[in-house]
Design a protein around this ligand. Structure first.
Ligand SMILES: Cc1cc2nc3c(=O)[nH]c(=O)nc-3n(C[C@H](O)[C@H](O)[C@H](O)COP(=O)(O)OP(=O)(O)OC[C@H]3O[C@@H](n4cnc5c(N)ncnc54)[C@H](O)[C@@H]3O)c2cc1C
Length: 449
């Protein structure tokens, strides 16, 4: 005999937890089934033996991410700003230069070219409606093109091309040739503009939670009915309700909210099989690939040289590095983003080999002292069965315009949440939270009808 609740929520990431919280507050019973033995999903804080805590998944909050900022404030969690004092480093065409701010000092033609490309992308992005990218005036044309083909046509200098591509790979965790131009424009608009997506001070990389972002998910989960280590394998659904089967049994509900990445929706056995375009949509939304390579040092030695720790390189496997030290800087932490094809290659190696490759990149930008690593940590998200990649799913050419309208459309008694279904800050924690609120409101409205 299965237990009975009003709503079964699949996935205890920020989207699923938020949905459950909203429903519980509205007086409905909600059971969250989570595959992992922890909550937080793509937000994952771990404490290394000998310290410190490190965020191997989502970690930053930034301005206009109001859902996330409110949640952090509600739970009184202390925050601190990303360390940005000092010069950043730019390694391009084998030469290292120092610079300040978001845009590096380049030769004049490259600088003008990057500025022009940014202006054009942002102007086009504003024309993409966040709730219906497929209805943008030039949607068909933009969705036929890859982002790489747009870069080919609009970036004239090699340096400008390499740098913009390296910077944007860190935003998308996917390569320019994999993504539709329409998707890139939607994503830029979803996070406001490129300065916001790329920036630390005043941008998406502005603020961290002392002790790690996963605490926010743990606070959110407190008091909710969350069952860990309960992967959902099958969902039976009809006009009378849903029965959700997981490894520990089954739960009957009036409705279900599925709040897992699209690729993992495709692995759940829906009976009857999902009708309409949504089943095809989730099969055509691949995930990005990212590894946050994290090295711990006795102290943030780069600060002695007036450096911020931030660097951008035109060569992989790590393009962008941040000073990810804890607020008191009791140790120094360099965190390098390894993305897309580089992440897929690095992910095939042993942890020892990944560490060696990452340290070589840190030495290349931050000098020989970067060899003196105390500890190293990373997480290969692509191989994690309960994420299947990261930061999130993206749309290859043709998908938004042919299947996009199915992204949030409930199928019978099954509703959809998850950052990929968000309109603002899609791909980010803030988008996950707003998607959970939207899905809960949908269910609540039907429960009252
Ligand atoms: C390396 C990295 C860095 C990032 N950096 C940032 C950042 O700095 N700022 C930011 O805002 N965002 C960042 N992100 C993105 C952010 O973490 C995600 O957008 C957000 O956490 C997604 O939340 P979600 O609830 O939609 O999905 P998820 O967090 O993926 O939650 C889905 C949950 O469902 C569970 N699940 C999956 N399948 C099943 C199943 N069959 N049965 C039961 N449970 C299942 C999973 O275990 C997971 O807990 C980053 C992500 C990564 C990986």
């Amino acid at each position: 005999m299965s237990e009975h609740v009003d709503v079964v929520v699949v996935g205890a990431g920020f989207a699923g937890l938020t949905a459950a919280r909203e429903l519980t507050r509205a007086g409905l019973s909600a059971r969250v089934l989570e595959a992992r033995d922890r909550v937080g999903g793509r937000v994952y804080t771990t404490t290394l033996e000998g310290g410190p805590w490190v965020d191997l998944g989502g970690q930053w909050a930034g301005p206009t991410q109001d859902h996330l900022l409110a949640l952090i404030a509600e739970h009184g969690l202390p925050t601190f700003g990303t360390w940005t004092r000092g010069d950043n480093l730019l390694l391009v065409n084998g030469r290292t230069r120092r610079y300040r701010g978001t845009i590096p000092r380049l030769d004049l033609p490259s600088l003008l070219n990057v500025g022009y490309a940014q202006w054009r992308l942002e102007r086009m992005a504003k024309k993409v409606p966040l709730d219906a990218p497929w209805s943008a005036p030039r949607a068909a044309e933009w969705d036929r093109a890859t982002f790489a083909s747009w870069l080919d046509a609009n970036l004239r200098t090699r340096t400008a091309r390499k740098l913009l591509e390296a910077g944007l790979e860190t935003v998308f965790a996917a390569s320019a040739h994999e993504m539709s131009l329409l998707h890139v424009l939607f994503y830029i608009h979803s996070g406001k503009d490129l300065d916001m997506l790329l920036g630390s001070d005043g941008g998406a990389q502005a603020t961290r939670v002392d002790g790690g972002m996963q605490q926010v998910a743990e606070k959110l989960a407190a008091g909710l009915d969350v069952r860990l280590s309960s992967p959902v394998r099958r969902i039976d659904h009809d006009g009378t309700g849903v029965t959700v089967h997981h490894d520990g049994g089954s739960v009957r509900g009036e409705r279900a909210i599925v709040a897992v990445p699209p690729k993992l929706v495709a692995q759940i056995d829906f009976r009857p099989a999902l009708a309409g375009k949504r089943a095809e949509l989730v099969r055509r939304m691949p995930m990005g690939a990212v590894i946050k390579c994290t090295a711990i040092y006795e102290r943030p030695f780069w600060r002695d040289d007036g450096l911020s720790g931030m660097s951008v390189a035109d060569e992989g496997p790590i393009h962008v590095v941040f000073d990810n030290s804890p607020p008191g800087a009791e140790v120094g932490v360099l965190m390098g983003f390894c993305e897309a094809a580089h992440a897929r290659e690095l992910g095939k190696l042993s942890i020892e080999d990944r560490r060696d490759r990452a340290i070589a990149c840190f030495v290349r930008t931050h000098g020989p002292r970067a060899k003196d690593v105390l500890r190293y940590a990373d997480h290969v998200w692509e191989h994690d069965p309960w994420s299947g990649g990261c930061y999130g799913a993206f749309m290859p050419p043709g998908v938004w315009t042919s299947l996009g309208p199915a992204i949030r459309e409930p199928i019978g008694r099954i509703h959809w949440a998850g950052t990929e279904t968000a309109t603002r800050w899609s791909g980010y924690i803030d988008g996950a939270i707003s998607s959970g609120k939207r899905a809960a409101a949908e269910v609540h409205a039907r429960a009252r009808a």
